[in-house]
Design a protein around this ligand. Structure first.
Ligand SMILES: Cc1ncc(COP(=O)(O)O)c(C=O)c1O
Length: 383
């Protein structure tokens, strides 16, 4: 099988992730941080170490400001519902995923927030002047997709953050596609909130994710309940991470995430990004020369994520994706990728595109085999 749906979720996971999850479930029983017996303490330590590893990856000084969630969606919802009040203005872009657009639309309709959307170019790029101008409008929160899950465009976070700080707004970055794949330094660019999936570039199991909340920012929790701390009180603890981690933590998942992040730290994010660049270049060099194939997005291998969307003239994208799967065992993702706004921006709504997203374990041979399969489908030659 050739798996090129890493933007949805990474596969395969490093062997250490599997071994860690199996070891926790098999040998380390108990609820992390909840009891005094040996294995509960051991699990608490594993959760703490994962927090520390993720903090070091993003240069987060105080790992208590990093909370575990089930993924980027929960992280984003935590910020939006915890921060915003009626009358607050939110600025976002036309490249956002439904995990941003749906809660924002809900809050616009039901909670009285005001939403402004900056239209990006068909390559997914933000007009920074237009964006800064809109910031003059007393914006409470900016929500930005760091890396497009449809076409791989990387948002210029440095410039965006400078403007956001100039106008005293807050910024929430959706790093679902960039965490573990492209460098992020929360201190350097002074991010307020960073939402990440654990199961994509951080190589952990599904159902894992995290949210960074800058010091001195106070928001309401999304969930209330048992935290194993301040148990005598009916009130939710004020301190982090407990304030946002009600209920038994997904300890096997978090342990696996820790193993995934260790792998990323050992390899180095830069090296992982370079590997993606190599694969994108090889793929684009070939398909851009094919007049029947239309590629969307920046088409600059060293300045984009390893995510390529394309359509084929005269071919139904869903049918092509099915043939790639059925005849060649190649796993792509077809359709709107939960991002109808992004597809409207690039001009592929409502039919969508075929998306190939490479991961750390894909090889140049995988690229060549996908290209050969596409050629067969296009009746150019036979395998
Ligand atoms: C840009 C973007 N944001 C948010 C999400 C949602 O992530 P999760 O499934 O971890 O909640 C995704 C997932 O594909 C994504 O690509």
């Amino acid at each position: 099988m050739i798996y090129v749906d890493n933007s949805a979720t990474s596969y395969p996971k490093p062997k250490s992730v599997l071994e860690t999850v199996i070891n926790v479930i098999s040998n380390i029983g108990g609820s992390p941080g909840r009891s005094a017996y040996r294995t509960a303490i051991e699990l608490g330590r594993i959760v703490f170490e994962t927090r520390e590893k993720i903090a070091s990856l993003f240069n987060i000084k105080n790992s208590n400001r990093l909370i575990f969630t089930s993924g980027t969606t929960e992280s984003i919802n935590t910020v939006l519902f915890g921060l915003l009040n009626s009358g607050d203005k939110v600025l976002t872009t036309s490249m956002e995923h439904n995990s941003v657009m749906r809660p924002l639309r809900f809050m616009e309709k039901n909670c009285g927030i005001k939403l402004d959307i900056v239209r990006c170019s068909p390559e997914g790029e933000i007009d920074l002047d237009l964006f800064s101008n809109k910031l003059k409008n007393n914006v409470k929160l900016v929500v930005i997709n760091h890396g497009s899950n449809v076409i791989g465009t990387i948002a210029p976070l440095d410039e965006i953050c400078k403007s956001v700080k100039k106008y005293n707004s807050l910024i929430l970055v959706d790093a679902a596609q960039t965490a573990g794949i492209y460098p992020i330094d929360v201190e350097k660019i002074k991010l307020d909130f960073l939402a990440c999936s654990g199961h994509k570039g951080l190589l952990g199991p599904q159902g894992t994710g995290c949210l960074y909340i800058r010091d001195n920012i106070s928001i309401r929790p999304l969930k209330f309940g048992g935290t194993g701390s301040n148990s005598e009180s009916d009130e939710q603890p004020e301190f982090l991470p407990d304030r946002f981690e009600s209920g038994t933590l997904n300890a096997p998942g978090i342990a696996g995430l820790g193993a995934g992040v260790s792998f990323v730290l050992e390899q180095g994010v830069e090296k992982i990004f370079e590997h993606g660049t190599l694969l994108v270049k090889r793929f684009l060099d070939e398909i851009l020369s094919n007049k029947k194939i239309k590629v969307y997005g920046p088409k600059k291998p060293d300045k984009m994520l390893p995510i390529i969307s394309f359509t084929i003239d005269g071919y139904d994208s869903a049918a092509v994706a099915h043939r790639l799967s059925d005849e060649f065992d190649i796993c792509t993702r077809v359709g709107l990728h939960c991002s109808p706004w992004a597809h409207k921006t690039i001009g592929t709504f409502p039919s969508g595109t075929i998306r190939v997203s490479f991961g750390y374990s894909n090889t140049t041979e995988d690229v060549d085999n996908i290209l050969k399969a596409l050629n067969v489908i296009l009746n150019k030659n036979k395998l």
